[in-house]
Write a protein that binds this ligand. Structure first.
Ligand SMILES: Nc1ncnc2c1ncn2[C@@H]1O[C@H](COP(=O)(O)OP(=O)(O)O)[C@@H](O)[C@H]1O
Ligand SMILES: [Mg+2]
Length: 443
């Protein structure tokens, strides 16, 4: 049975200009094995891949279309009501894709759709990649469900308008939480919890029956709920992983500078190990409180991986690069283990990097390490205070008042390092925009 794409997205394709039509797939799909119902959290049926959608017709059964995945198609008018006409009071952020507004769905809007706050992302149509990324996001997130992936509630595709509606994540992105200037810094245990949650999200994608490479793993794409549970968002650059005997997929180089794996930038060969490298960068950001690329620093320190990696295996050197905003309140044993893990994730030999499930196993115990580094705390706090510190997420700020503080000198550039070019935060490795761009190549 042939199913037209426009039958799944009525109204989407009427106004589409030819150049915004999805490209044809790079290579024909191989015959696929029968689905095994092993992923409890994904759908029972086989996931439709993005390249299936990029052809003009589908040969899969309609039951595996998004119609079965509980994704709601909203009208623009409904989203106007939800966001109070995209009022500036509801504005929560702006990404490479376009502005994001908070909204509220009440229980009368749709049967089966519960009252809840949502985040509504509006596609900025100036971006040439815009429609393609929107479609990729709907296809992947519409079909994948996991506690560590942000939930897509619906989309709007009306004439030239493209929007996405997500569950609302009250603590915003990891990038905001980690690099915000005027607030208590994230406690060590919270950082490890976030790393673990994000690692579980990636491991789920890599180990799905039909593996997915996320390709744009970075702090701004890790969203946090009220308990700092991490969820991956932004599947616009996600790609179906290699299947069968293939070791990689070949694709033009896209992603974000500072996070993309060196071999992917050099060759365009994308593997799950490319995500592992990006994960290593985010782990380094959590350890050091520094951004992947920071042009405000001295030349030697601008690229986080180049600067930090040689210092990760030596406990004494490591102590000097740990985020000074932690004020010594971290587990030394935990930090050493996390640093070794980052070192391995950042290996230049992609095959030497751990898999994401190995990363999950290494991180699992680290979130419970609560010993405080003795290196920077020469005075032991009274035991009652120590106990108090172990409780709750906001322990550090409360306990910090009475503690003797001794931060490492020389590392604390907390004002300078946050000043950053907006562009740098977003997807900079785009076609025709960067020397990193490679033509689409075949294997
Ligand atoms: N589901 C959501 N809940 C809460 N805030 C969100 C959500 N999605 C996005 N945001 C906020 O909007 C900002 C812009 O999002 P996005 O378009 O993904 O851009 P980017 O990833 O380039 O920062 C994010 O950094 C985040 O602070
Ligand atoms: Mg994002």
């Amino acid at each position: 049975m042939k199913i037209k794409l426009d039958s799944l997205f009525p109204g989407c394709f009427k106004q589409m200009r030819p150049e915004t039509m999805p490209a044809t797939p790079m290579k024909p799909k191989k015959a696929e094995p029968a689905p095994a119902a092993k992923q409890a959290s994904s759908f029972h049926h086989r996931r439709i891949s993005a390249s299936d959608f990029s052809s003009s017709a589908l040969s899969e059964d309609l039951s595996i279309s998004l119609a079965g995945s509980n994704i709601h198609a909203f009208t623009l008018q409904e989203l106007r009501v939800i966001t109070q006409s995209f009022s500036s009071a509801n504005f929560i952020g702006e990404g490479g894709f376009g502005p994001v507004h908070k909204g509220f769905i009440d229980d009368r809007l749709r049967p089966g759709l519960k009252a809840q706050p949502v985040a509504v992302k509006l596609l900025d149509l100036d971006g040439s990649q815009g429609h393609r990324e929107w479609l990729t996001e709907v296809i992947f997130l519409g079909q994948l469900r996991h506690p560590h992936l942000v939930k897509l509630i619906g989309y709007c595709c009306e004439e030239e308008h493209r929007l996405l509606v997500y569950e609302y994540m009250p603590r915003g992105s990891l990038e905001n939480q980690l690099f915000r200037r005027y607030s208590a810094s994230l406690p060590w245990s919270t950082r490890m919890k976030i790393a673990l949650g994000a690692a579980k999200g990636l491991a789920f994608l890599h180990e799905a029956e039909k593996p997915v490479i996320f390709r744009d793993f970075k702090g701004s794409n890790i969203l946090l709920d009220s308990d700092y549970n991490a969820k991956l968002s932004d599947f616009g650059l996600a790609k179906d992983g290699p299947e069968g005997d293939d070791t990689h997929v070949s694709t033009r180089v896209m992603g974000t500078q500072g996070y993309a794996a060196p071999e992917y930038i050099m060759t365009g060969h994308l593997t799950p190990a490319s995500d592992v490298y990006s994960f290593g960068i985010v782990l380094l950001e959590l350890l050091t409180g520094r951004r992947a690329i920071d042009k405000t620093r001295s030349h030697r320190e601008q690229n986080l991986a180049d600067w930090a990696r040689p210092q990760l295996k030596d406990a004494r050197k490591l102590r000097r690069i740990i985020d000074p905003r932690l004020e010594g309140m971290y587990s030394e044993e935990g930090a050493q283990a996390a640093a070794l893990l980052a070192y391995d994730c950042l290996s230049h030999r992609s095959k030497s990097r751990p898999t994401m499930s190995a990363v999950v196993n290494t991180l699992e115990p680290l979130k419970d390490y609560k010993d405080v580094s003795m290196a920077t705390f020469v005075y032991t706090a009274p035991s009652a205070q120590k106990e108090a510190k172990k409780e709750g997420g906001r322990d550090q700020a409360a306990a910090g008042e009475d503690e003797p503080k001794e931060t490492e000198k020389g590392n604390d550039d907390r004002h300078g390092r946050h000043r950053q070019d907006h562009q740098q935060k977003h997807k900079v490795v785009r076609p025709n925009q960067s020397h990193l761009h490679h033509q689409v190549r075949s294997i």
